[in-house]
Design a protein around this ligand. Structure first.
Ligand SMILES: NC(=O)c1ccc[n+]([C@@H]2O[C@H](COP(=O)([O-])OP(=O)(O)OC[C@H]3O[C@@H](n4cnc5c(N)ncnc54)[C@H](OP(=O)(O)O)[C@@H]3O)[C@@H](O)[C@H]2O)c1
Length: 360
């Protein structure tokens, strides 16, 4: 069922004003219906994926109500990960919302300490138990690098340096391919891969990734990589679709200088385009992703922001898409290469300026 159909049937859609956590419930107040095209895309396995979704990184104590609100407001794509340590809250939020599981596209990610082929299915089982669901719609390999096997998500030596594992992402992917037959995940994909790493994967394995989840926003458009992914039938989910709106990027040592560029919300060209459509700057940034054929997964724990994000699915005129193209300053905010002891994104744009930093 499309998001539009779900929305148009629901009597509970509204214009919320309250921060979720401040009221301790997840049902927003009713004022007017949500306006959204309800765009969906089709993955290379035939599965449908909504254009606008919901990110769950950070604020663990707020995520149960935030997920519940997001679903009640009309979102049907939820992105989480084992390493975010919020899967339990996400599962509770889904059940609290009352939205049937089969109407939700739920994705999680395998973390780097579970990449040994013998660990992959167990790791997914643990995610399923935490989420309280018999299957996910998408399982992603979170990064191409492998950390040492074991319970420690960030295994470090006495000097604080990450201890890497021996498994290659090709071996991990082959183990993920087997999961498709178990019904525990409907699709598999990757995140944070370079073009070369994806080419290796597709050369050596039998199932092509359905999705690549990667950093894309008006400041890091990755135009040629996006075109290549499209030519390969790999759907892109944009993470951090609002660029440097997340304070995390200002506080981490990963990319300190570039993270202090003007926040997306203060960008004058996006503001001007927003005025033309009666939309916010954030909505224009998200609509740019959707009009480019990608899904976006903004994170928010605030009801009015979540609703604003749902309403970011509207058509932008070609001239406005062209104006947004001029904002591509190739600013990559998420680059833990030094900390993870792995040159990530090696053949992609925006890798200059990464500084050594540790966040976990
Ligand atoms: N695969 C990966 O390696 C990877 C990496 C990073 C992120 N992700 C996924 O992508 C999701 C989103 O990325 P992100 O959290 O880094 O960044 P983001 O969604 O681009 O930005 C989040 C920030 O924007 C604010 N915000 C959201 N909607 C807003 C609105 N309508 N108006 C004003 N401000 C708004 C949020 O505020 P509040 O917090 O105050 O609500 C938060 O500070 C994550 O939650 C996660 O699921 C994946």
């Amino acid at each position: 069922m499309s998001l539009f159909k779900i929305i148009s049937r629901s009597p509970t859609l509204c214009q919320p004003k309250l921060r979720v956590a401040s009221i301790g419930i997840c049902l927003p107040k009713l004022t007017r219906p949500i306006s959204s095209r309800g765009t969906q895309f089709t993955l290379n396995n035939g599965q449908k994926i909504p254009a606008i979704g919901f990110g769950t990184f950070q604020d663990p104590e707020l995520q149960e109500d935030a997920v519940c609100s997001a679903l009640k407001i009309g979102l049907r794509l939820i992105d989480t990960a084992r390493v975010y340590d919020v899967e339990e809250q996400v599962g509770k939020g889904i059940r609290k919302s009352g939205v049937p599981r089969e109407e939700i596209f739920l994705g999680t990610k395998l973390w780097c300490n579970s990449y040994h082929p013998d660990d992959v299915e167990n790791a997914l089982d643990e995610s399923l138990v935490s989420l309280g669901t018999p299957y996910v719609d998408l399982l992603l390999m979170h990064y191409p690098c492998t950390f040492a096997r074991g319970p420690e998500p960030f295994p470090r030596d006495s000097s604080g340096k990450m201890i890497l594992g021996k498994t290659t992402y090709v071996d991990t992917w082959k183990a993920m391919e087997k999961l498709l037959k178990t019904g525990k995940t409907k699709a598999i994909g990757v995140s944070n891969f370079s073009k070369g790493e994806l080419e290796t994967l597709m050369r050596e394995c039998s199932v092509a990734p359905a999705v690549h989840q990667m950093e894309v926003h008006p400041y890091l458009q990755q135009k040629s990589f996006n075109q290549w992914l499209r030519s390969q039938g790999i759907h892109v989910i944009q993470f951090s679709p609002l660029g440097n709106m997340n304070d995390f990027y200002r506080n981490t040592g990963w990319s300190k200088d570039v993270s202090h560029t003007k926040r997306i919300i203060d960008q004058p060209i996006l503001q001007e385009i927003g005025r033309k459509y009666g939309k916010s700057t954030v909505q224009v940034a998200l609509a740019w992703g959707v009009n480019s054929g990608r899904s976006v997964i903004p994170k928010s724990t605030i009801d009015w922001q979540i609703k604003e994000n749902v309403e970011a699915d509207f058509e932008l005129d070609p001239e406005d898409m062209t104006k947004i193209e001029t904002l591509d300053i190739k600013a990559r905010f998420n680059d833990p290469s030094f900390d993870y002891q792995w040159r990530l994104y090696s053949d992609l744009e925006g890798i200059e300026g990464t500084v050594e930093g540790r966040t976990h």
